[in-house]
Design a protein around this ligand. Structure first.
Ligand code: E4P
Length: 219
């Protein structure tokens, strides 16, 4: 399973890239807006820097809801770097935009997917990626991972090339379940990636090895 990081924070992205685990990045207007407020930097410069750090797809999202607006914003964002992939809303206008962007060689990621039917429509429209938002489904009292399971089976049944990005990940168990189901990609917040490293037995074991070695050296 590929690991993307779900943030626009350049320090977090650089740190995760240094760990050698990073295959791509997802941003959204909330995440990029947070970085603009924090750093006072230009959003396009932030996206360009992210693309320079990670040699994989970087999802960027505009705010237009009509087809022409999505395509215009998408084409502008795609100029920033060849690895930019445009997030498109899961709407009829969004699906028209997917087709247009695709015909112009711009990759798309259909976002805010909450059902297998939405995923089917996005795959039929020809999107490269689609993102079911698992945490938000869990928050609404559904099992988000059930939707991922259905979507993966549907894509396989008909040999679609669209890849699933498990998104809105809240904790390490979401990542485990995404990998068990064979999701193509999981996009994970920095804090959750940090938690994935953790196990109390690793900490205890490391401490014990050092203590035993230091004691033996004194003999
Ligand atoms: C994915 O591409 C989105 O940016 C993200 O996963 C949304 O997560 P949230 O539900 O925590 O806002």
């Amino acid at each position: 399973m590929k690991i993307f990081i779900d943030t626009a924070n350049l320090e977090e992205i650089k740190e995760a890239a240094d760990w050698g685990i990073l295959d791509g990045v997802t941003t959204n207007p909330t995440l990029l807006g947070r970085e603009i407020e924090r750093t006072r930097r230009d959003p396009n410069d932030i996206l360009k820097n992210i693309c320079e750090v990670v040699p994989g797809p970087v999802s960027a999202e505009g705010i237009s809801l009509d087809t022409d607006g999505i395509v215009k914003e998408g084409k502008e964002l795609a100029q920033i770097h060849p690895n930019i992939c445009i997030k498109v809303p899961m709407t009829p206008d969004g699906m028209k935009a997917v087709r247009k962007l695709r015909s112009e060689g711009v990759k798309t990621n259909v976002t805010l997917v909450f059902s297998c039917n939405q995923a089917l429509l996005a795959a039929k429209a020809g999107t490269d990626y689609l993102s079911p938002f698992i945490g938000r489904l869990d928050d609404a009292g559904h099992d988000g991972m059930e939707i991922v399971d259905q979507i993966l089976a549907m894509l396989e049944n008909y040999a679609f090339e669209t890849q699933v990005i498990v998104a809105s990940v809240r904790h390490p168990l979401h990542v485990v379940r995404a990998a068990e189901l064979g999701a193509h990609i999981c996009t994970i917040p920095f804090k959750v990636i940090q938690l994935m490293f953790k196990h109390p037995l690793t900490d205890q074991g490391t401490k014990r090895f050092i203590e035993d070695w230091e004691r033996a050296k004194k003999i």
